[in-house]
Write a protein that binds this ligand. Structure first.
Ligand code: ARG
Length: 457
């Protein structure tokens, strides 16, 4: 077990089990680079401000750079018994530099240090998440481009409702993804605030230059209240809630893919590389990826609840409870990255079974609204047209007919206005392409949606 840097007033060694219990190094070691870069910026500023000797500042910076290099090329291993990544790096620095190493922590506390490291780490992760979502959205747009004429039924209550295209359906998800990206960008603004200088809770008496540290590290602003600087974890809550919403979107899509892969639908077929078999049933091809994403959504939502519950009721400022933030938010970020990066190639390689989509659409009376609209265009009030069409649908079901196959003479029994042009009015392709309202499923409209989405991306 490594010696504690704070042991000045203590007369006994920390109990080994308590040390394990207390330690966060298993999960905060991943922030080693941010921790070192933060320390380099801090030491540089301390030297510039003459708070420590400029020569000592240079020695510390060089020492930190060496530690970073050694960690990265495997020369230095993380000590699992250290209390956390901050203590580990400072201890290592002191091992290498002696007295000079001990000057690094001047005008700093682990409370503002950990707040910095976490913001810094998550800022970079958000960039990665945005890039992954851009790839996913672009893939959706590409598949949509190939399916602007692929007629399928749109559903409400999972009942066939009205004709749309597969492209229109996919582009609905792109709208959600664009909002997900926008939310991440918003969160990014609040992550981009530098807390170092808040000290343990009450700032510091040293003449530090907080703006300079922010500048070196590439942060847009510095935090404005030292208590808030060390006790704020809104950025974790906000990011996790953005990602919970994002996962809910993926989960809805995955649920649809699961349905579409069933024999009952057979709208898509997953590439063999993205589906799995059963150990017992030789005929099976299972959409495991999508089920896992649906399942992992629960985990991300759970992490949000963990974070909210952990923060609720904590008095200002830092409390050790807050060490629990990292496992939750890291698990969320890891999970979402994994899900998005697996989903993208699955969608890119998925085979769209256009004919099956069309067949399912043709059997569902999804052009009944269009039949009613036909009568409205001929002068009937909508409610009456609705009633007449409902009676025709009931008749068709009884006669095992569809609106497309029902003879004109039968139509005319329900209303004399029906003429030969009814068949064109209820043609599914025609029904889709008549819906030219902004945001509608008509080919020309969906093409606009795709173009605008790609521009935004
Ligand atoms: N490992 C701690 C955490 O993750 C670092 C901050 C410790 N501060 C303290 N006063 N014990 O939250």
């Amino acid at each position: 077990m490594v010696a504690q840097l704070w042991k000045g007033r203590f007369q006994k060694e920390l109990d080994e089990k308590v040390n394990d219990f207390n330690s966060s190094i298993r999960f905060d070691a991943r922030m080693y680079r941010q921790d070192i870069q933060g320390s380099i910026a801090h030491a540089t500023m301390l030297g510039e401000q003459q708070i420590i000797e400029p020569s000592e500042s240079q020695t510390i910076v060089a020492g930190l750079k060496e530690i970073l290099a050694d960690l990265e090329n495997g020369q230095l291993e993380i000590d699992e018994t250290a209390e956390d990544i901050h203590m580990f790096i400072e201890t290592e620095l002191t091992k290498r530099l002696g007295q000079t190493g001990k000057r690094l922590h001047t005008a700093r506390s682990r409370n503002d240090q950990v707040a910095l490291d976490l913001r810094f780490y998550l800022k970079e992760e958000v960039e990665t998440l945005i890039a992954l979502m851009q790839e996913l959205s672009t893939t959706f747009c590409q598949v949509a481009k190939e399916n602007t004429e692929t007629v399928m039924s749109g559903y409400t209550h999972l009942q066939r409702a009205q004709p749309i295209t597969f492209a229109h359906h996919l582009m609905a998800y792109v709208q959600m993804f664009l909002r997900d990206i926008e939310r991440l960008r918003e969160t990014q603004k609040r992550l981009d605030v530098m807390p170092l200088g808040s000290g343990a809770l009450a700032g510091t008496t040293y003449p530090i230059n907080r703006g300079r540290v922010a500048e070196i590290l590439g942060f847009a602003q510095v935090t404005q209240n030292s208590l808030d600087g060390v006790s704020d974890r809104d950025f974790c809550l906000e990011l996790n809630s953005d990602l919970a919403i994002l996962m809910m979107h993926l989960s809805r899509f995955c649920e649809e893919v699961i349905l579409w892969c069933s024999w009952e639908f057979k709208f898509v077929e997953l590439d063999d590389a993205y589906a799995t078999g059963s150990s017992m049933m030789p005929q099976k091809k299972n959409p495991d990826i999508t089920e896992l994403i649906r399942g992992k959504t629960g985990r991300v939502v759970g992490n949000l609840v963990t974070l909210l519950t952990m923060m609720k009721g904590l008095p200002l400022a830092y409390n050790k409870d807050m060490q629990e933030d990292k496992e939750a938010i890291f698990d969320t970020v890891d999970t979402v990255k994994l899900c998005v990066s697996t989903l993208t190639p699955m969608v890119a390689t998925m085979k769209v079974l256009k004919e099956n989509m069309y067949q399912a659409a043709a059997k569902g009376f999804i052009n009944a609204t269009d039949c009613a609209d036909y009568l409205v265009k001929k002068g009937l009030p909508f409610r009456e047209a609705y009633q007449v069409t409902g009676e025709i649908v009931a008749f068709c079901i009884e006669q095992e007919q569809t609106l497309e196959t029902l003879p004109l003479a039968d139509y005319q029994k329900f209303h004399p206005t029906f003429a030969q042009d009814i068949y064109q009015a209820i043609d599914l392709v025609e029904c889709v392409n008549q819906r030219q309202v902004i945001g509608g499923p008509a080919k020309i409209q969906v093409e606009v949606q795709i173009k605008e989405a790609l521009e935004k991306l």
